[in-house]
Design a protein around this ligand. Structure first.
Ligand code: 3HC
Ligand code: NAI
Length: 701
């Protein structure tokens, strides 16, 4: 049973019991309906309490059922809630911990609600590209008030139950529990057992908190605000229209309007992508051969080697989480610079009101520095972020091997070097792991956790848990050049270069990529990161893979000293102190000459071709990564791109996008690209995994 039924005196208690979050799947809905019917039929029962077992009242509809016949099978959530609301005996919702989505909607169908303090209350459907589809948009404005309900529905953000209880005139909670929730819920049930008529939220009028509010003006203002903030996401505006219906329509008509909105959103690619991202994010923590109950090592003190760009940002993550950090450098000036940068970052947050002075002081107090390895030996985790040179890494890891206590985790932030080689500089390769942060490391969500050939399972498990503590999305990658993200981006950059050779301007490529939804096109991104970084990588590649073709335009650019924003000249021109990318006549001339030297007649290239070549290059490389076992699953690749590379969230990541386009179509396009003599025919051969999926009519997911 996924809901239990028990009799306490004259009260029937129905307890949702569908771990982990009491999702309202079909079997749970059936069990609740059966409980209500049983209480109806039992003359000895005077009232009903509905609550949730474990760590949630309910996390809402079972998202895993979406798209399957189970989601619509009766009783669906709407009909279950109607059944509860129509019960002839009072039904009390005893709400605690998490009350979200369909769970909150179920409670709004109950006649009374009592909540424990600290309950996270939300209608988060909008985050899945949906709107609350079981009466939430009609009942919450009636119970809570239009303005706060609209805020909750359009943002999807959880609000603490105590705060909601303070909303003037609210009827969301009849009572806040002050002691044991179940005892107080049973007491409330006994108290109201004979009260008639039964109060129903549907009978209330959707009410504005603001006296004299002008509904038309209010919703028009809200439309402008929400529309401006939710470009590419259809759900927020539909949420708003559904809430407006609670004011302008009768309850049953409002429910019909809500239902139509829910059904329309459910089939949008945006909702598909957001639901994919929801599960993809949670899947990243699962490692096939590392069970979730693998014991972890205690991490209470962290050492960071190198206080440069990355070392400073990495340290901030741990300071923010309340963990002490000691930074080690070779020179005092470098330490002073690193500490000053961290302080400056915190002070910027202070100025913006994002951090309080006492928190700033507490974080800085957790930071210490040293020039001596003797001072870091007792750390539980050490993260190396020194220059990207194998000799420097070797010296550092040999030192660490000498001084670190047995069992300490030794991590490297290398972005291109061989982690197995680094691990073998020590006599304890099992304790070595890659922690590849992205710049700025205190801001970017992504952490690639690089699993070396010898990395111990408990080391991996520890780092994954720690990543959650510092609020990173950790994705496991095997060892290869560039790991998941940068190995893929290299193919994307190569395509961007070929597009220039063939006739595009940098601005045209960037415009197409940004119109598709990338936070930044490849050339603006290159200017921001520094074109010299890619130049150094290509120089290495020319040695390693002399037959691999690159456009030479990026090398020519670097030979002109145009490294990007830092030199005020890159693919674009920049004015001092500004970040606006201005198309550069120097670059246009450079490209003209380059094409002429190659006897290329420039051609017009459409946005579709630009975007498809960029994105499918990611997809094909990722299929190789999956085949090689470097990436565990396609949805991990999507998380890397969503959290580390500015891939548009509403497209769900490159693999989800490819699935939505259809892998057959993706491969057909790749075959066309392979025929272009200026492109790389060999690269466009579909990766074996991709070819197999197409042959079997399957998708990545
Ligand atoms: N349905 C199915 N599974 C769910 C779920 C749901 N609504 N909510 C969470 N889960 C699963 C997760 O997939 C995860 O599974 P896993 O262990 O197999 O990976 C597990 O529960 C734990 O989830 P989290 O790791 O997120 O646990 P947290 O404790 O950090 O957070 C939570 C719990 C706050 C409930 C969070 O999971 C959450 O925000 N869930 C989504 C809630 C939501 O969007 N509800 C609306 C559903 S749509 C709806 O109700 C439609 C209706 O209006 C018709
Ligand atoms: P950086 O040049 O800003 O900082 C490196 C720091 O290490 C300097 O302060 C230097 O004094 C110090 N250092 C050098 N040798 C040392 C030694 N033997 N002992 C102690 N300290 C030493 O470099 P950055 O950008 O912080 O990069 C560090 C590492 O992070 C590199 O491995 C790099 O590949 C990696 N990385 C860099 C990213 C970036 O965007 N900058 C992104 C992800 C990883």
């Amino acid at each position: 049973m996924t809901a239990t039924y028990e009799v306490r005196g004259q009260v029937a208690v129905i307890t949702l019991n569908n771990p982990p979050v009491n999702g309202m799947g079909l079997v749970t809905r059936q069990a609740v309906a059966a409980g209500i019917n049983r209480a109806e039929d039992d003359a000895a029962i005077k009232a009903v309490v509905i609550t949730g077992a474990g760590a949630a009242f309910s996390g809402g509809a079972d998202i895993k059922e979406f798209g399957s016949p189970k989601a619509l099978a009766e009783p669906n959530l709407l009909s279950l809630i109607s059944l509860v609301e129509a019960c002839s005996k009072p039904v009390v919702a005893a709400i605690h911990s998490v009350c979200m989505g369909g769970g909150l909607e179920l409670s709004l169908g109950c006649h009374y609600r009592i909540a424990a303090a600290g309950t996270k209350v939300a209608l988060p459907e909008v985050k899945l590209g949906l709107l609350p589809g079981a009466g939430g948009t009609q009942r919450l404005p009636r119970a809570l008030g239009v303005e706060p309900a609209l805020n909750m529905i359009v943002s999807g953000e959880p609000v603490n139950s105590e705060l909601l209880a303070q909303v003037p005139g609210q009827k969301l909670f009849d009572r806040m529990a002050t002691g044991d929730l179940m005892d107080e819920a049973l007491a409330l049930a006994a108290e109201v057992a004979d009260v008639r008529p039964l109060p129903r939220v549907r009978d209330l009028k959707a009410r504005f908190i603001e006296k004299n509010a002008n509904p038309d003006a209010f919703f028009q203002f809200a439309r402008n605000m929400v529309g401006g903030m939710s470009k590419n996401f259809p759900a927020p505006l539909r949420c708003l229209e559904a809430v407006a219906a609670s004011v302008t329509m009768k309850f049953d008509d409002g429910i019909k309007a809500e239902r139509a909105g829910f059904a329309a959103l459910m089939v949008t690619p945006e909702s598909g992508a957001l639901r994919h991202a929801f599960f993809a994010e949670r899947a990243t923590t699962k490692i096939a051969d590392v069970p979730s109950d693998t014991p972890t090592r205690t991490i209470a003190k962290i050492a960071v080697i190198g206080a440069g760009t990355m070392g400073g940002g990495i340290s901030m993550n741990f300071l923010n989480a309340g963990l002490p950090v000691v930074m080690l450098e070779t020179k005092q000036e470098a330490l002073d610079r690193g500490v000053a940068t961290i302080r400056k970052n915190y002070e910027a947050q202070l100025k913006k009101g994002k951090l309080k002075q006492d928190k700033l002081d507490a974080r800085m107090a957790l930071l210490s520095t040293t020039l001596s390895y003797a001072d870091i030996g007792d750390a539980d985790l050490v993260i190396e972020a020194v220059f990207e040179e194998i000799g420097v890494k070797q010296a550092v890891f040999k030192q660490l091997d000498e001084v670190m206590r047995p069992g300490a985790i030794l991590a490297s932030n290398t972005s291109t070097l061989d982690l197995n080689a680094i691990a073998n500089f020590t006599k304890r390769p099992q304790d070595v792991v890659g922690m590849h942060f992205f710049s700025p490391a205190n801001v970017m969500k992504l952490l690639e956790v690089v699993r070396g050939a010898a990395t111990a399972k408990d080391v991996l498990a520890t780092v994954m848990v720690l990543a959650k503590k510092i609020r990173k999305t950790a994705v496991v990658s095997g060892v290869c050049d560039g790991f998941i993200g940068n190995r893929m981006i290299e193919q994307y950059s190569r395509q961007a270069g070929f597009l220039l050779d063939e006739g595009c301007s940098p601005a045209q490529v960037d415009r197409a990529a940004e119109k598709f939804g990338f936070a930044m096109g490849p050339f603006r991104m290159g200017d921001l990161a520094g074109n010299d970084i890619g130049w150094a990588i290509r120089k290495r590649r020319y040695q390693e893979k002399p037959n691999l073709r690159y456009s030479k335009s990026a090398d020519l650019l670097c030979e002109l000293g145009r490294f990007g924003q830092k030199t005020q000249a890159g693919w674009y021109d920049y004015q001092a102190g500004k970040r606006d990318a201005i198309p550069s006549p120097v670059v246009a001339e450079m490209l003209d000459k380059h094409r002429a030297a190659l006897s290329i007649t420039p051609r017009q290239i459409g946005d579709d071709e630009i975007v498809h070549r960029l994105v499918y290059s990611l997809v094909n490389e990722a299929a190789h990564l999956l085949e090689e076992g470097i990436a565990q699953r396609a949805s991990d690749v999507d998380m890397v791109y969503l959290t580390g590379y500015g891939f548009p969230l509403w497209r769900g990541g490159p693999m989800c996008y490819a699935d939505q386009v259809g892998l057959f179509n993706v491969v057909q396009a790749m075959k066309r690209f392979a025929k272009n003599p200026l492109d790389d025919a060999e690269f466009w051969q579909p990766a074996p995994l991709l070819a197999r999926l197409v042959a079997e009519g399957k998708t990545f997911s």
